[in-house]
Design a protein around this ligand. Structure first.
Ligand SMILES: Nc1ncnc2c1ncn2[C@@H]1O[C@H](COP(=O)(O)OP(=O)(O)OP(=O)(O)O)[C@@H](O)[C@H]1O
Ligand SMILES: [Mg+2]
Length: 380
């Protein structure tokens, strides 16, 4: 594991244009200049066909620019051999592209193998990465991609991209194919990972909320690959540079502001918990001391939420059975945006969300009231 120093490199676009075809062909990217600081996530966002993928693929030269240049830490990528360049750039795409006939371990080891690392170094790195993305190496190393869920495959794709410790990562709609709840989890996990590895990341999405959540900076492109605005999410929401940007980020800028704030910034309410397997009498005694709530959160032996139970159901003797809990309490994480937390709560028609950490242990509760309180604060 690395320390908090950035391991990324500065990526700069200098007057980059791309036309597919001759000089009469329309521009896919027009005179694009922007600099991504080392260790930051730059999100490219804009409507379909606005040149996001083209812009990204010019960095690892899957596409060559028609004019202009791209540098990584000051070196023109056109001066590097494409194969060498690509080994130094992690690449994650939506359909992951894992090799189906290779195990998870072999997939993650693709680039180290190409670089002819010794076998024990490859094995060590593979296990380290599987742990980093939250897949237990002994359980996952020898499985095949078909034996994984979509989210797990996506995480293996991220591990493979990180394998040779590249300073730069390109990610094209990496979470586009996952459902909203899984996506929130994968985004949170990725933000925690990035806090450790500090790569320079160019991240493509067409979802403004994802851009606001993931980006240190956002580049908004419009048709023809024209840069409409490049700034931090907060600055773009506060001061959209044009009508196009204003329309693109949406009319509900107040609500969008909720995407800037995270659950972890709110003061969480303490969760009154009972533990499955605990003696009912012990739980009653403890709950009595907390001012007799009507409901308690039932957790399993590892502190993971199972659902809510009515305190009245804790009468009698014997241990609390896990199936007493009414499941369905939405869980969110400290990294979840207030906007996503609000939609999770409104979508499940409960007033309280359970905040859990990376391994699903309960940290506290977040209420609709606390979120709407934040919404009422004046726009900075
Ligand atoms: N190989 C190609 N040959 C010709 N035109 C292309 C090629 N690839 C892309 N284009 C065109 O270039 C423009 C930009 O395409 P690009 O794939 O970069 O857009 P995008 O922003 O990634 O879109 P999406 O959100 O749909 O993925 C589009 O008009 C597209 O039709
Ligand atoms: Mg695209």
């Amino acid at each position: 594991m690395q320390d908090a120093r950035t391991a990324g490199a500065v990526v700069a676009f200098e007057h980059v244009s791309k036309r597919y075809g001759g000089p009469d062909a329309p521009h896919a990217v027009t005179d694009l200049s922007l600099e991504v600081p080392a260790g930051e996530i730059c999100v490219l966002v804009g409507p379909s066909g606005c040149g996001k993928t083209t812009t990204m693929k010019m960095v690892n030269r899957l596409i060559e620019p028609s004019s202009g240049r791209i540098t990584i830490d000051g070196r023109d990528v056109a001066d590097l051999r494409a194969t060498d360049l690509r080994r130094g750039i992690g690449y994650v795409i939506q359909q992951v592209g894992l090799f189906p006939h290779q195990t998870v371990g072999q997939n993650v080891a693709t680039v180290p193998n190409l670089l002819r690392w010794p076998a024990d170094r490859i094995r060590g790195r593979t296990d380290e990465l599987l742990e980093l993305i939250g897949l237990e190496p002994n359980a996952y190393r020898d499985r095949y991609p078909a034996e994984l869920s979509g989210g797990e495959r996506q995480r293996v794709g991220v591990a493979r991209a990180l394998a040779a410790d590249p300073p730069v990562m390109l990610m094209d709609e990496p979470f586009g194919a996952v459902d909203p709840i899984r996506r929130d989890r994968l985004q949170n996990e990725f933000l925690r990972l990035q806090a450790q590895v500090r790569k320079t990341i160019i991240f493509v999405t067409h979802d403004v909320d994802e851009a606001i959540k993931m980006g240190d900076r956002i580049a908004i492109l419009r048709q023809g690959g024209v840069l409409a605005q490049y700034d931090t999410p907060a600055a773009i929401l506060a001061n959209p540079a044009s009508d196009f940007v204003e329309r693109f980020v949406g009319a509900d800028r107040g609500l969008k502001r909720l995407s800037l704030a995270r659950v972890g910034e709110l003061e969480l309410l303490p969760a009154v918990t009972a533990r499955a397997g605990e003696e009912r009498a012990d739980a009653r005694e403890r709950l009595g001391a907390t001012g007799a709530p009507d409901y308690a959160l039932l957790v399993d032996g590892a502190g993971r939420p199972l659902g809510w139970i009515a305190v009245a159901d804790l009468a009698g003797d014997g241990p609390i059975e896990p199936d007493l809990a009414v499941p369905g309490a939405p869980t969110v994480q400290p990294e979840t945006t207030l906007r996503d937390a609000l939609s999770a709560l409104l979508g499940s028609s409960v007033q309280l969300g359970v905040v859990v950490d990376a391994v699903d242990r309960v940290l506290g509760l977040v209420s609709v009231d606390a979120i709407s309180e934040r919404l009422r604060e004046p726009i900075a």
